[in-house]
Design a protein around this ligand. Structure first.
Ligand code: ME8
Length: 669
């Protein structure tokens, strides 16, 4: 049978994992389990990305060496994967000798082949994104932030002569103009080959829309890739074997993990032709343009498929550590268990699209699908069999039309599940299977085993029918929970055990349970949960700032103002806004410059006199109140497109935030 190789991105060690990271890893684990269950030799790789500036800087701040830092922090991923029942075959760390040696050997080969050359390089460098950006990219991002056109000339003019401080398109943080001598990979030489490869192998980038995006990107000439960093600026990386005063650019190092992990034992290389890289859409270009061309230069066929999924959003913004709007999986696992977290993430959003996370939809989904549909079918079938059939798997009698219809649905639903798993469409696969779960419940309702049970005292046929109905409903549970073994492995083992099975059985026919075998009822597998547990109730993840004891009286006398009509007040439009970025005003100590999402297409730039009371970093991720229809005004050269509300008068004591979480852009009145 064809092997199956699935990978996740290797995650940055200095981020604590959130449900975005969990999402890709759960998806990979689910596919790996599914293919293993179907007998395909399977290899599932995950790991951590441990080099680069961010790790070096985080370690420095904590007084550790980068290696010590990575040794300590990579375990957060391992611990979470264990809690989430992730069964990977290998966990690669880019600081391991096996990886470092492989990367150095590949670099030497590329160098010897003439694929790498040295040249000066100038560009806009973003420390937070660890990369250079072009004039055009920075001008576009800066213009979007300032809500006006910014030209390349504006970026290069000094600030005091009307120039503009450019920002990083990724993080919104300021960029700096830097010139360095570096090593370059002749990526441009592979542009035509890359386009041909993608066009001839349309499945190699999925979904189709993402492939078109990459082909669109390739319509412009592809530059060469700066693949080194001078050690003087960044020491924490893999040294270039032929030029030791440089280290390897972190992406050039990280992408190689997918192949370095297959080197030992050599038998692992058989998995490469079947590689499926699951990634978030944020890293699509790295995985298709950089990685594919690197492999072409190394003489290795690109992976069979890169599948880019969408983002989990919180208040319409991508969940990410830098924005502070993340959901941590641990409290959810504590409250609902790993299987429910796995189920929800895969069921709620089509793989490929974005999804807004909310605890409310989590609870709704749990109660409707797992407690009401599947849990209920399982629990009532087993309970009735325990009460009325001596707790044994019953024999089936002759089939009726209703039984035949149920068998047809079972065949159709499982075929759909299978087809959708092949398409990496978890939501559609589960929906397909749920046709059977719902049909099972309907079948029990309409066959009414409770009335058959009453009638069987006087009617032997009713007794036989009771056995058949319960047997069929248990077969439906067996089929559903066997297919779900790849998504909810823990609950699946438990339910199969109650049915007397030691392993999933995917056969779609209603005749697999062993008649006479003991059944075990147990507590409901998915008990109804009426309310979100308190642990999930607080405004998590928007953690309120530590309360500060209020002063007994306001610091300044409050002047009396004449009364106003409601109409005067109604002229104000107050809206909630999520702070996306915050930084010091380049020319005024008192001012901070915020970019705030108030539910419009583009974030607002707001300049506020709160630098004495707030550190920029603590504001990111906070929801504030903004006067949205205030005329824009320039404050020390930077336009403020609105004003935030704060208490305390001239000596600001606190910005105002909503008491409970509300979406960005909500009206305040
Ligand atoms: O990019 N929604 O690592 P990383 C969905 N080290 N998925 C999300 C997400 C969100 N809000 N946030 C993160 C890196 N992810 C590099 C990868 S690979 C050779 C190197 C998931 O720690 C998603 O899979 O920033 C995304 O691509 C990945 O985490 C980024 O993880």
């Amino acid at each position: 049978m064809r092997p199956f190789y699935v990978t996740t991105p290797i995650y940055y060690v200095n981020d604590a994992p959130h449900i975005g990271h969990a999402y890709t890893t759960i998806a990979a684990d689910t596919l790996a389990r599914w293919h293993r269950m179907n007998g395909r030799p399977t290899f599932f790789l995950t790991g951590t990305d441990e080099h680069g500036q961010k790790v070096q800087r985080a370690a420095e701040k904590l007084g550790r060496t980068p290696q010590e830092h990575a040794d300590l922090t990579h375990t957060r991923y391992k611990a979470l994967w264990e809690r989430l029942d992730i069964r990977y075959d290998d966990f690669i760390r880019t600081t391991e000798p096996r990886h470092v040696q492989f990367v150095q050997a590949q670099l030497q080969k590329l160098h010897d082949q003439g694929e790498l050359y040295q040249a000066p390089y100038s560009g806009w460098y973003s420390t937070s994104a660890e990369r250079f950006w072009s004039d055009e990219e920075v001008a576009k991002a800066t213009g979007a932030l300032l809500k006006r056109e910014v030209t390349e000339k504006d970026l290069h003019k000094p600030l005091d002569q009307g120039g503009v401080a450019g920002v990083c398109p990724d993080s919104g943080a300021p960029v700096e103009w830097l010139t360095e001598h570096n090593w370059f990979f002749r990526m441009s030489a592979y542009q035509d080959r890359l386009i041909t490869h993608i066009t001839e192998n349309p499945a190699c980038i999925q979904p189709d829309s993402r492939r078109n995006e990459v082909l669109g990107y390739l319509r412009k000439p592809l530059g060469d890739l700066c693949m080194s960093r001078p050690k003087a600026r960044l020491a924490w990386g893999i040294p270039l074997p032929f030029s030791p005063e440089y280290v390897t650019y972190v992406w050039f190092d990280a992408l190689s993990n997918y192949v370095s992990a297959l080197q030992e034992p050599a038998s692992r290389l058989a998995f490469w032709p079947e590689a499926l890289h699951l990634v978030g859409k944020d890293i699509l270009t790295f995985h298709t343009v950089y990685w594919f061309t690197m492999l072409m230069a190394e003489g290795i066929t690109p992976p069979k498929q890169v599948y880019a999924h969408g983002w989990w959003l919180m208040h319409k913004v991508k969940m990410s550590k830098s924005l502070g709007n993340v959901i941590r999986p641990d409290p959810l696992i504590d409250a609902f268990g790993a299987d429910v977290v796995r189920y929800f993430l895969l069921r709620d959003v089509p793989f490929g699209g974005d999804g807004e996370f909310s605890y409310e939809s989590f609870l709704l989904r749990y109660n409707s699908d797992l407690a009401n549909d599947l849990g209920n079918l399982g629990h009532r079938s087993l309970s009735m069999a325990a009460q009325w059939l001596g707790g044994r798997v019953p024999d089936v009698g002759p089939a009726t039309d209703a039984d035949r219809e149920l068998a047809t649905v079972a065949a159709r639903a499982t075929a759909e599940f299978r087809a959708q798993m092949d398409n990496v469409q978890f939501k559609a696969a589960i929906e397909g299977l749920w046709e059977l779960v719902r049909a099972g419940n309907k079948y029990v309702d309409s066959e009414a085993p409770w009335s058959l049970n009453k009638r069987r005292v006087t009617d032997a046929a009713a007794g036989e029918r009771l056995a058949t109905v319960l047997r069929n409903s248990m077969e439906v549970v067996r089929i559903a929970i066997s297919h779900l073994a790849c998504i909810c492995p823990g609950k699946s083992v438990e339910m199969l055990d109650r049915l007397g099975l030691s392993a999933p059985d995917l056969t779609p026919t209603l005749d697999r349970l062993v008649a006479g075998h003991d059944l075990r009822v147990g507590d409901p597998l998915f008990p109804r949960i009426a309310e979100l547990p308190e642990s999930l109730m607080p405004a998590d993840p928007i953690v309120p700032a530590a309360p500060v004891a209020p002063a007994a009286t306001p610091a300044e006398p409050v002047p009396a103002l004449p009364q106003i009509e409601y109409g005067d007040f109604a002229k104000l439009q107050l809206r909630t806004g999520l702070v996306l970025t915050a930084e010091k005003h380049p020319k005024a100590d008192r001012l901070l410059v915020l970019s705030v999402d108030i539910g419009e297409e583009k974030p607002r730039q707001i300049v506020a006199g709160i630098a004495a009371v707030y550190d920029p970093a603590e504001l990111v991720g906070k929801t504030i109140i903004v006067v949205a229809n205030l005329k824009p005004a320039k404050l020390r050269g930077i336009e403020s497109q609105g004003m935030l509300l704060a208490a305390g008068g001239a000596d600001i004591a606190s910005i105002l935030t909503p008491y409970r979480p509300v979406p960005a852009g909500s009206i305040v009145k």
